[in-house]
Ligand binder design. Structure first.
Ligand SMILES: Nc1ncnc2c1ncn2[C@@H]1O[C@H](COP(=O)(O)OP(=O)(O)OP(=O)(O)O)[C@@H](O)[C@H]1O
Length: 275
């Protein structure tokens, strides 16, 4: 068992993965594996009672105690969140001693796959409009006393032009504490501390991915984003605050005001679509 700590490949071999057609809990029929994360194996399945597709996340078997905690925490957090742009938690069950979460399947594209597989590019205007849509969901999460802590391009999905936020595996209630935070390197600390600012910092990096999607390097020399990206002064100033280079935003509202102001000034305002 201990060996697995040093060799994740061996650990993967020990996992007994569900084959296509396997039926879990009497009515979830596995279609295929969507991915394997740090504590769960995620499958797409059909709910045979309704014929609808659902996501089933199965806890991985090793490091059981730690993973059990993460599993229960994700379920607890999802239970608090009822929003049309966040996957609903349908149920949890245990089969052969292994806990499972069942949630809504969002049949969309991650921003990561849009940029890196489909070649999508974002102008400054489109990037800030998308940020605004994500912020509306993040504002809801923060109002529920929760911080996501993993707002990255693989965890933001788009379906029919609407944004969805997934993967609450690292999310925490705002009253919780991170053990040994002081030992983290700065970047990890800024992403993981239990504070709404962590999500704004992560969204700064999210925004950089969007803006870099239309960047074409003119030299081989690597420079900072501030030198490489040709963006407006307002966009630059917002990014600097998000990335905590200058005095950071305190909350989503404050950031949203600046984003709105910028979009308005440029005649780019777009209302956020909710349900
Ligand atoms: N509700 C959902 N709807 C659609 N796809 C989902 C949903 N939840 C997860 N996925 C997809 O399933 C895959 C695995 O997700 P999961 O969150 O289990 O692990 P991960 O993000 O790869 O890793 P980690 O949990 O370590 O961050 C990802 O590709 C993710 O996009």
């Amino acid at each position: 068992m201990r060996f697995s700590y040093f060799c994740p490949v061996i650990e993967h071999l020990f996992e007994r993965r569900c084959k296509k057609g396997t039926i879990l809990h009497g009515y979830y029929q596995i279609l295929y594996e969507l991915g394997i994360g740090s504590y769960g194996i995620t499958y797409l399945a059909t709910d045979l009672r309704t014929n609808k597709q659902v996501v089933v996340k199965q806890m991985r078997k090793m490091k059981r105690k730690k993973r059990m905690e993460s599993f229960e925490r994700e379920a607890n957090i999802l239970k608090q969140l009822e929003h049309p742009q966040i996957p609903a938690l349908y149920e949890t069950f245990t089969e052969h001693g292994v806990p499972h979460l069942v949630m809504e399947y969002i049949d969309g594209d991650t921003v990561e796959s849009l940029i890196f597989e489909k070649g999508k590019t974002y102008t400054e205007k489109e990037a800030f409009q998308l940020l605004k849509d994500v912020l509306a969901v993040v504002e809801y999460i923060h109002k529920k006393g929760i911080v996501h802590r993993d707002l990255r391009i693989p965890n933001i999905l788009l379906r029919d032009g609407r944004v969805y936020v997934i993967d609450f595996g690292l999310a925490r209630f705002l009253h919780e504490q991170v053990p040994h935070l002081e030992t983290y390197v700065l970047e990890k600390k800024l992403r993981r501390q239990i504070d709404v600012k962590s999500d704004l910092y992560a969204l700064g990096h999210f925004l950089l991915f969007l803006l870099y999607s239309s960047y074409e390097p003119k030299t081989d020399e690597e420079r900072s984003w501030e030198e490489e990206l040709s963006i407006s002064d307002e966009a630059r100033s917002i990014l600097q605050k998000m990335l905590q280079i200058t005095s950071p935003y305190h909350d989503v509202d404050e950031l949203m005001r600046d984003v709105d102001h910028m979009l308005e000034k440029k005649g780019m305002k777009k209302d956020v679509v909710v349900s």
